[in-house]
Write a protein of this length. Structure first.
Length: 626
């Protein structure tokens, strides 16, 4: 764990002195600051984006060479930006984020105003006009970056021409002039905006050749705002006060649910345990008969089925929980700010690889508590339990992205880099963690002896079976975070920016607490129905979310399922260890008071206790008769 912390601080240090440092963003008057074009896409579908130069905009010379370099870049992903090369060198996180930054013909020199500068003059062919028209129909926008600040603008506009009653006709226009307004403070750029001028538009309704001239203007203005606060603009635009009130109201409801469920669980267990104490204290022979969870105390700590898979699930869940924790730490210290291109994806890939030591240690240590052999299989299984299904899903999605030419498609070089990180970093750390867990293993001390033969489980009603328990165990915690999940998915698949990690952190804590309470209560109910196969159900309470989402959501929900299932086994184990010890203490006290049998701090199977009790009772009766 200490090595993971050291590597984490190295990662944080590297982020802290990345491009976001103020020392990397100081310029003198007249210095050239590159403006990179990124991507275009429909406004109503932000998850679908395309390369900026997929539309016939003005671009640097040597088009055929650049198109060839584009596909070489897509395959190998190692070209750097230079003269007459469009594509810019990108990080791993930028590629995973779908960014395709490219150089442009725009020249925005620091603190130099320009008006009506010609970008290029070109003749659009009929098929190029049709491509622009389809982009205008789909309400396409473009995204650019200037000094690591994002800016957006629209490709064109639609005007309705209703000359005939009952018939609608539309005119499609392409914007050919862009105005850049830049704010600066001393020698640093604070803010930039792009405006597509509606007065400078060309009609592209028909598929005919069009001669046009693309132009742009740049205006600089001083501002008192500081460099450290220049990203606050995007944070303010991401959350409205009304929405904030709604989110806090949902938190109050969730906290009330936690208090309610905790109170119900405590009252429920208190009544049951009080009833059991009364039965033991009464000494009634008929009521002294063991029922429910006490009847199966010899089977409740029996090894779970598919133990290797079970231990792997716990290990991967703990690993993903560690990744989420460190991601929140990076967010709290300001490393993951809005529009820090690819920082989140880079952090996730590296943290997942580094936290493999946690997953291997948890898997091996838990497996060795049951059996000292076969832990290697559990560790190996934990290494493919999450990456395996995720790789299959992402391969299918990447194939779809490639077929549509979207920027979400991953180059072959990026896929190769991810595989190398997994094989050269994640797998060795996983094996190292498994070895540490095997060497420093601890024996599982069950509070009650396990019978040699498992007891037959009685038939259960439909509402007490696994599917119904999975539905209830996933629905109730999900209902507590439904409002927050709306904002989360609005930021993942929409234009909303998640700038309050503290709110998301509180939401996860609420979900964990609700799932823990339900896991304890539902597992206790299951054992009360004399069903001793509780291991797997105690770690499956979050599976329902898997059915709500597809694609990338399936990967996230699968990870969420593993995270939710890992921590609560300790809650359930601790609870039933306490209950078994209480049950042992009660039997010892009652038998001692009645002079029947002293258990000597060891719980025997029910048949043994009952037979010894009958022998002691018969001996006592003979002594009284004598």
């Amino acid at each position: 764990m200490s090595s993971l912390l050291v590597l984490f601080f190295i990662l944080a240090f590297s982020f802290g002195f990345s491009d976001s440092s103020p020392s990397n963003h100081r310029y003198n008057a007249g210095d050239h600051v590159s403006l990179f074009v990124n991507k275009v896409g429909p406004l109503h579908n932000p998850s679908v984006t395309y390369w900026y130069y997929d539309l016939p905009f003005c671009h640097p010379d040597n088009v055929l060479v650049k198109i060839l370099e584009k596909w070489l870049k897509f395959v190998f992903n190692f070209f750097e930006s230079a003269d007459n090369i469009i594509l810019k060198k990108e990080t791993l996180g930028e590629v995973l984020n779908g960014d395709r930054l490219s150089s442009s013909l725009y020249e925005l020199k620091f603190r130099e105003d320009k008006t009506g500068v010609t970008l290029c003059e070109k003749r659009l062919k009929g098929h190029e006009v049709a491509r622009f028209r389809y982009a205008v129909i789909d309400d396409f926008y473009f995204q650019m970056y200037y000094d690591d600040l994002p800016l957006w603008g629209f490709v064109g506009k639609i005007e309705e021409q209703s000359w005939i009653l009952g018939e609608k006709k539309f005119k499609y226009y392409l914007f050919k002039h862009v105005q850049f307004d830049v704010l600066y403070n001393d020698n640093q750029i604070i803010e930039i905006s792009a405006f597509s001028d509606p007065d400078h538009a060309v009609d592209i309704t028909d598929d005919v050749d069009v001669d046009l001239k693309f132009t742009y203007s740049v205006f600089w203005k001083a501002t008192p705002s500081k460099f450290d606060t220049r990203m606050d603009k995007y944070a303010r635009a991401s959350l409205l006060p009304v929405r904030s009130q709604i989110r806090w109201f949902s938190f109050y409801i969730s906290i009330a649910n936690i208090v309610l469920f905790t109170g119900l669980l405590m009252v429920f267990l208190k009544r049951l345990l009080k009833k059991d104490v009364g039965k033991f204290a009464s000494g009634d022979e008929e009521e002294d008969r063991e029922v429910g969870w006490k009847y199966i105390h010899g089977d409740v700590f029996r090894y779970p089925q598919n133990m290797s898979l079970f231990c792997a699930v716990l290990g991967v869940g703990t690993q993903l929980l560690t990744v989420v924790f460190f991601l929140f730490v990076l967010a709290f210290v300001g490393m993951l700010y809005p529009y820090n291109r690819g920082a989140l994806f880079t952090s996730f890939v590296l943290l997942y690889a580094l936290s493999s030591v946690v997953g291997g240690y948890t898997t091996a240590s838990f497996h060795n508590q049951f059996c000292e052999t076969g832990w290697e299989r559990s560790v190996l299984l934990s290494g493919i339990l999450y990456p395996g299904p995720s790789f299959v899903i992402l391969s299918v999605l990447n194939t779809v992205s490639v077929s549509y030419g979207a920027t979400a498609s991953l180059p072959f070089g990026t896929i190769l880099v991810i595989l190398l990180i997994y094989m050269l970093l994640a797998i060795p750390l996983l094996a190292f963690g498994g070895l540490i867990g095997h060497l420093f293993r601890s024996e599982f001390q069950a509070p009650s002896a396990t019978k040699s033969h498992p007891r037959e489980i009685p038939p259960l009603s439909w509402y007490r079976r696994t599917p119904c328990q999975m539905l209830i165990g996933g629905l109730l915690p999900f209902s507590a975070i439904a409002i927050e999940s709306h904002h989360l998915y609005a930021s993942l698949w929409g234009y909303k920016i998640c700038t309050f990690p503290s709110i998301l952190f509180v939401t996860i804590i609420i979900h964990i607490m609700l799932t823990a309470i339900l896991s304890i209560g539902m597992t206790y109910i299951q054992l009360s129905m004399e069903d001793h196969e509780w291991w797997w159900r105690s770690s499956m309470s979050g599976l329902m979310q898997l059915s709500f989402f597809f694609g990338y959501n399936a990967c996230m929900c699968y990870a969420f399922f593993l995270i939710i299932g890992a921590p609560f086994l300790s809650f359930v184990l601790a609870l039933f260890e306490i209950l078994c010890k209480m049950h042992q203490t009660w039997k010892t006290l009652v038998c001692t008071d009645q002079g029947r049998y002293i258990a000597n701090e060891k719980i025997y199977p029910r048949e043994t206790l009952f037979s010894r009790y009958m022998v002691d009772k018969n001996n006592t009766s003979e002594d009284q008769q004598t």
